[in-house]
Design a protein around this ligand. Structure first.
Ligand code: SAH
Length: 330
């Protein structure tokens, strides 16, 4: 898919034609120009040749039959992964990647092993389009939520991510409300500050994971550059300006960050308005082990007792190696 090309192909056509084409792609979710019977055969052939709609992919469907992940093959031979979480209550969330691999190289995440380049606007949107088509074909419903939690750091591909958000949000394209779009960052303070002035009121999630900065830098080497001090300042500025909640992601790894002492330390930091915690059981990617269920319950208990808002992330796609931290692993 190539939106710029679409403009070129329709440059010499009447104005309403490009609108028709966009409706066919984003609303009717056609995957072949043969289905575009409103266009002449000549135009359909031209479109087929210059702007094929097929998205090259390999699909893996989870045991539950709904959640899935897909490898998408890019034009230059690289590949990315994207995941779908069908919650069964009408919410269908696509987890999008924004880079080929990830430059951050966090030790617990496989996506960080092989950074190549930023994704283009079209490559980001193709992932959403892929799942929108899938949901329609399987009669599951419509794509309702987006999380930028696949491989890559959204704030290191800021412009393309926010341009993608404008399409995801637009009633003419995906029509997903900004409140149902979330960006997750390792804590790039410049990005957090910049986001304050965006037109789209998308949700902000921050990968905190460790309260002790030494361990954090060790496990997430890129945070040497994005220090906690700068991050907290940016987040407090963000909250002051937007009055919106920030979700702190905290992966629970056995023996590394799941003790009561760490829960107490986290609770202290979280005792601020509009701070909330998202606990995530670590998905296995190597030698580290996920926390025991009891450790997770105790950890959550400490936070709740201290009045911290806590949610736990539901686990999807583990059987197809498509859970958080596992994208582009196998
Ligand atoms: N670079 C951004 C966007 C990626 S989001 C960020 O760091 O936030 C991917 C989410 O999955 C992050 O919260 C990340 O910390 C989490 N994650 C990574 N590896 C994981 C693993 N092995 N188990 C569970 N969650 C993991």
């Amino acid at each position: 898919m190539n939106l710029t090309k679409l403009g070129k192909i329709f440059a010499d056509q009447e104005k309403f034609r490009i609108k028709q084409a966009e409706k066919l792609i984003f609303k009717d979710l056609i995957s072949d120009w043969k289905q575009a019977s409103v266009f002449s055969l000549a135009l359909r052939e031209k479109l087929q040749e210059n702007l094929p709609l097929a998205i090259e992919n390999k699909l893996f469907i989870s045991k539950d039959g709904r959640s899935a992940k897909a490898i998408i093959f890019l034009e230059d031979g690289f590949k990315i992964e994207t995941a779908l979480m069908a919650h069964g209550d009408g919410r269908n969330t696509a987890c999008l990647s924004c880079q080929v691999g990830c430059p951050l190289a966090c030790k617990f995440c496989i996506s960080g092993t092989n950074f190549k380049r930023n994704l283009t606007l079209d490559e980001i949107l193709s992932q959403a389009l892929f799942w929108a088509r899938y949901l329609k074909e399987k009669k599951i419903g419509r794509l309702s939520n987006i999380v930028f939690m696949g491989s890559g750091e959204p704030f290191l591909n800021y412009q393309n991510v926010f341009q993608a958000i404008s399409y995801l949000n637009s009633p003419d394209y995906f029509d997903i409300s900004a409140r149902k779009i979330s960006i997750s960052t390792i804590g790039v303070s410049e990005g957090i500050r910049k986001m304050v002035n965006e037109k789209y009121q998308v949700n902000l999630a921050v990968s905190l994971h460790f309260v002790d900065e030494r361990t954090r830098v060790e496990m997430m080497p890129a945070t040497k550059k994005y220090s906690l001090k700068k991050m907290w300042e940016a987040i407090d500025y963000y909250i002051k300006e937007t009055n919106r909640k920030v979700m702190f992601e905290y992966i629970l790894i056995k023996g590394l960050n799941d003790s009561k002492k760490e829960a107490e330390a986290l609770a202290l930091i979280m005792k601020k308005p509009l701070y909330a915690v998202n606990l995530i059981r670590y998905n296995k990617t190597g030698k580290l082990e996920p926390s025991e269920t009891k450790a997770i319950t105790d950890f959550r208990g400490v936070l709740r007792n201290r009045g911290v808002e806590v949610v736990e992330r539901h686990r999807f796609n583990e059987d197809i190696f498509g859970a958080c931290g596992q994208l582009i692993g196998k």
